[in-house]
Write a protein that binds this ligand. Structure first.
Ligand SMILES: Cc1cc2nc3c(=O)[nH]c(=O)nc-3n(C[C@H](O)[C@H](O)[C@H](O)COP(=O)(O)OP(=O)(O)OC[C@H]3O[C@@H](n4cnc5c(N)ncnc54)[C@H](O)[C@@H]3O)c2cc1C
Length: 447
């Protein structure tokens, strides 16, 4: 191997790529370890870096929304994730969604072309030896024996496998019966970005009955599954009661079926997977059903009678640290500050949050490597709020998407949308001050 790196990153996923590029473009030599192509996690289907393993959505775009705000903060800090998202964007109403192939291809090319990044392929089972820091960004499906190694390194409280997520199926657009579908976004927000399949009440009831009786994949390690509440499988929702789905992912609110002029009893929404619209994912239809039962039962949805499934839904594990107990404010391991964490393994949740975490950890690490450490982003910023959440002790720590509850309330008595915009205005002003006060060099990812 060549000369000693300034810092190592393990995992070329969303957090790892962002961190590696941020550090390399600031002049540090980064050794980036990635298990692909030798090994892949159970959810991965390509050898590209920064692979989106499930949905192609980066969620809401609006500044009124916490995830919209964190994306804007990232953009203002010169995030590579945001630059890739802008290049690969596909229409998705009020949400930001991307063509996953283009997104990952751009990120992979950037990392591979970066002279200050040395890529080392192979499964990492232990944090690399050497007198340099290592950012562990191996994600929720950390491979090899690394999870066991980290458990020992962290001492007690390594919170692994605390809950399970599930992924939704994708169907070939050509096999959807478009005569039974209509394009619309809820409340006309975003035009024709979603394809809707309406269900009348008897069809909906039969569908739910089938789900309740369906065969599910329950390998031993899933015997006591703890799902992320906002990403529950459709079969779990069906078990909760006959109307739960009609108030959840199949809710018909804000939609009118042009054929009847009425709101349907329930609806299945499909979102484009790529710009050309050759494939659609079933929004919110993550599931544990066996593949044959997915095919049989989802084909009872009007419009999907002859659907070809390009990917079936699955359940996956999620490995993460009990961050408040184990990490300091710079996301270094308390028992061994040479080891840092970024991305989902550090206790954040979601694509955007994982990349945001990689961005902040890299900026803080760069300052430390330069001998001039800086404080984390202020608590009024969404990035600061996210880090505060990771530092707030809880009885049973659970990863979380960003939300406004992570921020101190804004002054005044504003309500609703005005209040949310007040959060955003204050956050962006605080971010600007943080950048200026700490002389943070903001990169230009496209350069
Ligand atoms: C199945 C599944 C579906 C998900 N769906 C969504 C979704 O729809 N929307 C959403 O916002 N979030 C979703 N998440 C959560 C999360 O946002 C993503 O997992 C996200 O990719 C996490 O980013 P990351 O950078 O932390 O890890 P990853 O993007 O997973 O990157 C980790 C990288 O580390 C590599 N690696 C792992 N172990 C080793 C090792 N031992 N040695 C070397 N390399 C290693 C992997 O190959 C990978 O390239 C999902 C998670 C899973 C597992």
């Amino acid at each position: 191997m060549s000369r000693r790196p300034d810092i190592a990153v393990v995992g070329a996923g969303l957090a790892g790529c962002e961190a590696a590029l941020q550090l390399a473009r600031r002049g540090f030599l980064v050794r980036l370890y990635e298990q692909k192509p030798q090994a892949r996690s159970e959810a991965a289907s390509s050898d590209r870096f920064a692979e989106l393993v499930c949905s192609n959505s980066f969620r809401a775009r609006s500044l009124e929304n916490a995830v919209g705000l964190v994306k804007e903060e990232m953009r203002r800090l010169g995030s590579f994730f945001m630059a890739a998202a802008a290049r690969a964007e596909v229409p998705a109403g009020g949400a930001m969604a991307v063509d996953r192939e283009r997104f990952a291809a751009w990120m992979t090319e950037k990392v591979q072309a970066e002279p200050n990044v040395e890529i080392v392929s192979g499964v990492v089972d232990a944090v690399p030896e050497g007198d340099f820091e290592t950012i562990v960004a191996t994600g929720p499906l950390t491979g090899g024996r690394l999870a066991d190694y980290l458990r020992e390194l962290a001492g007690s409280g390594y919170g692994e496998l605390h809950f399970y997520d599930a992924i939704a199926p994708i169907v070939d657009a050509e096999t959807i019966d478009m005569d039974k579908a209509f394009f619309a976004s809820r409340y006309d927000k975003g035009g024709d970005d979603y394809l809707n399949l309406p269900l009348d009440e008897p069809t909906y009831r039969r569908f739910v009955d089938e789900l309740v009786r369906a065969e599910r994949v329950l390998p031993r390690e899933f015997e006591d599954p703890k799902f992320f509440e906002s990403c529950l499988p459709v079969d779990v929702l069906a078990d909760r009661g006959p109307d739960t789905l009609a108030f959840g992912p199949m809710k018909p609110v804000g939609l009118v079926d042009p054929k009847t002029g009425k709101r349907p009893h329930a609806v299945v929404q499909l979102r484009r997977e790529d710009k050309a619209g050759t494939a659609y994912n079933l929004v919110g239809f993550q599931t544990r059903l066996t593949y044959p039962d997915q095919k049989r039962i989802f084909r009872t949805i009007p419009g999907l009678e002859h659907a070809e499934f390009l990917r079936f839904g699955t359940v996956h594990r999620n490995t993460f640290l009990d961050a408040p107990r184990l990490l300091d404010r710079q996301l270094r391991l308390r028992t061994n500050p040479r080891v840092l964490f970024a991305g989902q393994i550090s206790g954040v949740e979601g694509y955007v949050e994982s990349a945001a975490c990689g961005l902040v950890v890299a900026i803080l690490s760069a300052a430390r490597l330069q001998g001039a450490p800086i404080p984390p982003p202020p608590p009024e910023t969404m990035l600061g709020g996210m880090l505060n959440y990771l530092a707030t002790p809880q009885d049973r720590f659970q990863p979380s998407h960003v939300n406004h509850a992570m921020l101190p309330p804004p002054p005044g008595r504003k309500r609703g949308s005005e209040r949310k915009l007040a959060y955003a205005e204050r956050a962006l002003a605080a971010l600007e001050r943080w950048v200026l006060d700490n002389a943070i060099h903001v990169l230009e990812p496209e350069a």
